[in-house]
Design a protein around this ligand. Structure first.
Ligand SMILES: Cc1cc2nc3c(=O)[nH]c(=O)nc-3n(C[C@H](O)[C@H](O)[C@H](O)COP(=O)(O)O)c2cc1C
Length: 381
């Protein structure tokens, strides 16, 4: 098999995911509620040939949280807007299975997938239990979150296969709009959710949206091994990630799936300069906005572009970073990375130099296989 390239995904976090990022003189202080800011970043990432845009989310806020979480847009709304000003880059939204409704999520993400012509992904997380109080589910508790998530994913996957690929004929002459034999209701009855289906959205150019998940517990790993195609993971400890990846991939294999098509995506916040000195100056500048005595946790990837590219290649070759998820520490984080590091990674043949016009979908970007409908899949003996 041809070796899959390293994938790059940019996490756009509005004013940033720290308490003080909004204070930087180059950061618009309303970035988390500015569609213009998101459009600018999306275009920058697409020019840099990134594989996707990723949006994290929060389900419950209160005083003391980071400014970005205090006033931010909902993910599907932002990505729908971005789908109209981009062409090739994937669009991944985070939506918690603990609080949403599976029919609605299946419909929203499938709609985004069709609107963007096959570029949607969904990061299915449990989120923290605080959200129960916001979504009228205070009668449930933390122990319900994973059993609920399992049902949620089974329903969404089932709904995304409501129609076979060729169900819609739309032939005006014969008067046949669709073939009812290729429409499949679900009739799912669970403890938390009951959904008849079918969904009123047909399959997209990439079959169905790509499912990501994020978490670390054993319950998380069991569900991810069955339903996820990519995992957002903490990216701050090489050794931890090595063990975590091995364990997850073992569970994926136990599910009869190919570990090669299960992508590890540690979150990173690289700080890059032309030289090591310049990178350290950027770190110092970011820290200057923090209260006296506070320091930024040292990023995994910091230094000159050559040095950072070298470290990235190491993580990639070790099999613990199939996708590098990049969050910006400062307002020029994406720009620095695209200008200084991407060309080196391209020269080394680790990332691709352009989008693949034959497969202009999120799955195409990530080199993931096309998922056949569960109703047409050949039965393995
Ligand atoms: C890498 C990573 C990213 C996460 N991103 C989010 C997020 O964007 N929004 C959110 O509400 N929770 C997020 N979570 C929290 C998880 O949804 C979950 O509540 C938490 O990991 C506890 O579950 P666990 O013990 O099974 O990992 C994230 C967790 C991890 C590990």
């Amino acid at each position: 098999m041809r070796e899959r390239k390293l994938k790059l995904i940019g996490n756009i976090d509005g004013v940033g995911w720290s308490h003080t990022g909004w204070k930087h003189h180059d950061m618009p202080s309303n970035a988390s509620e500015s569609i213009n800011h998101y459009v600018e970043k999306a275009k920058q990432l697409e020019n840099g040939k990134f594989d996707a845009i990723f949006l994290a989310d929060v389900s419950h806020i209160g005083p003391g949280m980071i400014p970005h979480y205090l006033s931010m847009f909902e993910g599907i709304s932002i990505l729908s807007a971005l789908s109209m000003v981009t062409k090739s880059i994937g669009l991944i939204a985070t939506i918690a299975t603990s609080y949403a409704d599976p029919f609605t999520v299946a419909r929203q993400v499938a709609s985004l997938d069709k609107i963007s012509n096959g570029r949607a992904g969904w990061n299915a997380i449990t989120s923290n239990p605080g959200g129960l109080a916001n979504y009228s589910r205070s009668h449930l508790s933390k122990s319900d979150l994973y059993p609920m998530k399992k049902e949620f994913l089974e329903i969404v996957e089932g709904l995304w296969d409501s129609y076979e690929d060729d169900a819609f004929i739309r032939d005006k002459e014969s008067g046949i709009f669709y073939d009812p034999r290729k429409m499949h209701p679900l009739y799912y009855k669970g403890k938390y959710f009951s959904v008849d289906g079918p969904l009123n959205v047909s399959r997209s150019r990439q079959g169905r949206p790509v499912i990501f998940q994020a978490g670390t517990s054993s319950d998380f790993m069991d569900i991810a091994a069955k339903h996820a195609e990519g995992i957002m993971a903490p990216g701050d400890h090489f050794d931890y990630l090595k063990g975590y990846t091995a364990e997850l991939k073992r569970r994926v294999q136990d599910q009869g799936r190919s570990p090669d098509d299960f992508l590890m995506m540690p979150a990173q916040n690289p700080i890059v300069g032309e030289t090591e000195k310049e990178a350290l100056e950027k770190l110092k500048e970011i820290e200057s906005f923090m209260p006296i005595g506070h320091r930024l946790p040292r990023p995994q990837f910091i230094g000159s572009a050559e040095n950072v590219a070298e470290q990235i290649e190491h993580w990639y070759r070790e099999g613990i970073m199939d996708i590098m998820l990049i969050r910006q520490n400062g307002p020029s984080g994406f720009e620095d990375f695209i200008k200084l590091v991407v060309p080196i990674l391209q020269d080394r043949g680790i990332v691709r130099t352009d989008y693949n016009d034959d497969q202009p979908t999120l799955r195409g970007n990530l080199e993931l296989p096309y998922p056949e409908s569960m109703y047409t899949k050949s039965v393995r003996l």
